[in-house]
Write a protein that binds this ligand. Sequence first.
Ligand code: SF4
Length: 346
Amino acid sequence: MCDAPKPADLLAWYDRHARDLPWRVSPSDRAAGVVPDPYVVWLSEIMLQQTTVAAVRDYFTRFMALWPTVEALAAAEDDRVMGEWAGLGYYARARNLLKCARTVTQLGGFPRTRAGLEDLPGIGPYTSAAIAAIAYDLPETVVDGNVERVMARVFQIETPLPDAKPRMKECAASLTPEMRPGDYAQAVMDLGATICTPKSPACGICPWNANCKARRAGVQATLPARKPKTPKPTRYGIAYLARRADGAWLVERRPERGLLGGMLGWPGAEWGDTAVEDAPLQANWTDPGVEVRHTFTHFHLRLSLRVAKVPDTTRAQSGSFQTIRPSDLPTVMRKAFDVAKAALPD
Ligand code: SF4
């Protein structure tokens, strides 16, 4: 059986210390009857997947200014949304964001149950639980990395991740209250983000310190345990950056499916165990001597570059010459662009 810290203790702490987040209805406003907008909750949760609060703030504010409702987002041009998303990474999320906005608009609003939410594009068990709890105050259990860490410590779960996940979820579910489940879900996440942090948890000021098994045993800093990581492989590639005399650059829109799907990119062969030469057109290509390095979820990339100035009359066999705003490019392509601009002065 799981020891039981009290949700009420955590909620009392949350009432005083909730993080001030642009997408959040504060506990005092919630108590006064302000109801969270499911669009806001959904947008922030999709943006926050695999990304930090600090990285998301500006993107969220900009998206809300451009598209304040789900209907406005549904009506947006795909390229514009992909461009505004550039830099946030995990681009499948941006494509699903649009699909989901359009489905929700057709439905006439967000479904009001977790099961209904989970049927939407790009919404998995975590996001459906988060929206159901935060937007609709349903007693759904929300489990992200912060919550897993808190559960591992409070219940002293020594099994390493990912095997420990079912047990962590069970413990989290055992604590989810019927009263204020939305605030509670956010409270556990805040506890993990601000007090029960990965390296040095501030147990002295933690509202659950009297009930925390790991603290009692003095092992909190070692939990959650993890299996040793297998090292990521490295892939190699060559990107070709051609600039016409009028300032336009040769770019390609990457296929919808796959890594960086739907985003703008530089021509070149697929990345693999070795770098393959595959110039998109005849030009006086030179190597700027600077390699771009980038780490994706499943591999490291080492990208060599070839740069060339080409005449205004140059035609692209595939892709197109365009004026480039760096903010339209995903991070790895922007790194290559920075090198090419320096290597090809006007
Ligand atoms: S007492 Fe310490 S380890 Fe336990 S939940 Fe609180 S901050 Fe985390």
